[in-house]
Design a protein around this ligand. Structure first.
Ligand code: KIV
Length: 264
């Protein structure tokens, strides 16, 4: 495992060396410490904090203040990983100035190392890169547009696939250091991956992307109804329920606290 902070140059080098890499979403300090120690090189403070942690139905209500709050906690826990802050809905869509100001806040006020933009925004991405703010693009299914597109696989028609390919080229040209591809057919993800120099990071986009990202709640088995493409590597829902019930039962039985867990 590489010593020292992962940089955007390292992320580009993963692709140059043909090295597959993992990214996970992360929303809090203890989880950041664990994922960082486990060698996850990229942590995304996704606006999926909205539906995974804050109890919102979608990512749309998530605010800049909520994103900054969670990003600070993750940054404090990540000694090595590159931390990417996710620009929430309506923090960059209304004007370039607002987008630049809010992207800057992630680096200046929360200590993030890069920010992610949903959808094709090459003009804004280029301006941010010019200001020294590394940008991760996000194309395909973009959950901030759920009211327009639904949670559907994107790029299924020839015309939609062509538009996605063009958007990927535009975001690459704008200077993105990586591009997330969400819910696109595996063949199209391969085509995009082979035609851009920056790494692609897939989620529900098949095996051909340079990297893969999953939502940490899905990986840990915390999500009640995970999406089809997600894989649970643990079952923390069961573990947490088991631990809570065991505590409840021991308190009711008067067996906790015992001698070992008391001060004298
Ligand atoms: O917010 C998020 O979790 C994301 C990932 C799904 C890429 O954008």
């Amino acid at each position: 495992m590489q010593a020292g902070r992962i940089t955007v140059r390292d992320v580009r080098a993963f692709k140059e060396r043909g090295e597959r890499f993992a990214m996970l979403t992360c929303y809090d300090h203890p989880t950041a410490r664990i994922l960082d120690d486990a060698g996850i090189p990229l942590l995304l403070v996704g606006d999926s904090v909205g539906n995974n942690v804050l109890g919102y139905e979608t990512t749309l209500p998530v605010t800049m203040e909520e994103m900054l709050h969670h990003t600070r906690a993750v940054v404090r826990g990540a000694a090595r990983a590159l931390v990417v802050g996710d620009m929430p809905f309506m923090s960059y869509q209304s004007s370039l100035e607002e987008g630049i100001r809010n992207a800057g806040r992630f680096l200046k006020e929360a200590g993030a190392h890069a920010v992610k933009l949903e959808g094709p925004h090459p003009e804004l991405a280029a301006k941010l890169v010019e200001q020294g703010i590394p940008i991760m693009g996000h194309l395909g299914l973009t959950p901030q547009s759920v009211n327009a597109t639904g949670y559907q696989v994107q790029g299924r028609t020839e015309e939609a696939a062509r538009r996605l390919l063009d958007s990927a080229h535009a975001m690459e040209k704008a200077g993105c250091f990586s591009i997330v591809l969400e819910a696109v057919p595996a063949d199209l993800a391969r085509q995009i991956t082979e035609s851009v120099a920056c790494p692609t990071i897939g989620i529900g986009a098949g095996p051909h992307c340079d990297g893969q990202v999953l939502v940490v709640n899905d990986v840990l088995g915390l999500t009640e109804r995970p999406p089809k493409f997600a894989k649970a590597y643990a079952n923390l829902r069961e573990e947490i329920a088991r631990a809570a019930a065991a505590f409840r039962e021991e308190v009711a039985a008067g067996t906790f606290p015992d001698e070992e867990h008391s001060y004298h």
